[in-house]
Write a protein that binds this ligand. Structure first.
Ligand SMILES: Cc1ncc(COP(=O)(O)O)c(C=O)c1O
Length: 370
């Protein structure tokens, strides 16, 4: 097969005139910051995931950090899984906590309940459970022996049915290559009114939103310019220019997920002799297959030569210097499995020819080495 002219990206967003028009509408309206589009997005998102409260923020990372700050979780221990993105390891450190990294299960690479149980400390005050690659983490099993706070990291799970409903709060990501991207953005969802009310002032320096004050001054027309700040807040709210993209991406979500699942189904069907397919995912945030460890890096190089970009999700967090010192123990599953991981291209821009192209070259590689 002829080598492509352009590189096939491993992940990428897809948008069009609808997103452009939605941003243009915000620009023309004069309301660019946190305003009506953010409010509308929060409402629609809460409905989609079945949560009582939704608070839009500028990233999943900020969302996780603000939850800890809202609850006063600091100077303690926080458990998180080693196959994850840097956010879950680092946010505990920002709050002066130990980042207590645990192993994952072999089948779906989600947080391992037995390892959580083994590594619980007397001062463990939160567990961050990632729905890895959009597959639900075993939160119910963790609940059987742990009654502290659980943050459900739904960065990969927009939208896997049931995601966001099992933790005490869920945090979503709309970062540039997620299933519902807007460039950068996140959402906190919860049924906990008290937590929601604590979070509200934190997203803007303790100040109530300008938009909410722009309607009236205690019932009389005009802008209610005055505010009192009693709590230490941060700057982490979403703005209308990005909410404008999210609202359009949400309309396209099901179509985009269908395409991702089609890519997944094709890889599973055509490559099963050559790769270990991942556990079926409703979102396919990353199609992370496993291949024999001795072939992983050479396959990555081989595919790169054919203009196919791949990735690894993830190098285990305990291997990064920023947290390795506080996690000096064995990770038998992650240490073995991550060396086999390869993420193949999967995104809604992929055509059937693109899918066939990847399948062809993966097969060629393995047929050439066998
Ligand atoms: C599992 C996981 N958690 C958190 C994040 C952070 O999301 P954001 O970039 O919105 O802060 C990511 C981003 O890739 C992720 O994969």
């Amino acid at each position: 097969m002829k080598i492509r002219d352009s590189v096939l990206p491993v992940l990428r967003p897809v948008g069009g005139d609808e997103e452009i028009e939605s941003i243009a509408e915000s620009i023309r309206s004069g309301w660019w910051g946190k305003g009506p589009k953010v409010t509308e997005f929060e409402k629609q998102f809460a409905e989609m995931v079945g949560a009582k409260y939704a608070l839009a923020v500028n990233s999943n990372t900020s969302g996780q950090d603000l939850i800890l700050k809202a609850l006063g979780i600091k100077d303690c221990d926080i458990i998180n899984p080693t196959i994850s993105f840097m956010t879950t390891a680092v946010v505990p450190l920002w709050n002066n906590c130990t980042s207590n990294i645990v192993d994952v299960r072999r089948d779906d690479l989600n947080i391992c309940p037995e390892d959580v149980k083994k590594n619980l400390k007397s001062d463990t005050k939160a567990v961050i459970a990632v729905n890895y690659a959009g597959v639900l983490a075993p939160i119910e099993e963790i609940r059987e022996f742990y009654d502290g706070f659980i943050i459900e990291d739904c960065a990969h799970a927009c939208y896997t049915p049931g995601a966001g409903s099992r933790g005490d709060a869920a945090v979503w990501s709309f970062q540039a290559v997620k299933t519902m991207p807007c460039g950068d953005g996140g959402m906190i969802t919860t049924d906990d009114k008290d937590l929601y009310e604590k979070l509200l002032p934190l997203i803007w320096l303790g100040i109530t939103s300008t938009y909410s004050r722009s309607k009236s001054r205690n019932g009389t027309p005009g802008y209610a310019w005055d505010y009192d700040v009693d709590v230490l807040g941060y700057k982490a709210y979403m703005i209308d220019l990005t909410a404008a993209i999210c609202l359009e991406q949400m309309k396209k979500l099901e179509g985009h997920l269908e395409r991702r699942r089609h890519v997944q189904a094709m890889y599973n069907a055509c490559l099963q002799e050559y790769i270990q397919p991942p556990v079926w995912s409703e979102t396919v945030q990353n199609y992370s297959a496993r291949v024999p460890a001795e072939h992983r890096d050479t396959l990555i190089d081989y595919l790169a030569d054919k203009k196919i970009n791949t990735s690894v999700h993830y190098k285990p967090l305990h291997k990064h210097g920023v947290v390795s010192g506080m996690n000096q123990r064995d990770y038998p599953v992650a240490n073995e499995e991550w060396l086999k991981l390869i993420t193949l291209p999967c995104h809604p821009a992929m055509t059937d020819d693109d899918i066939d192209y990847v399948i062809y070259w993966v097969k060629e590689y393995f047929n050439g080495v066998s």
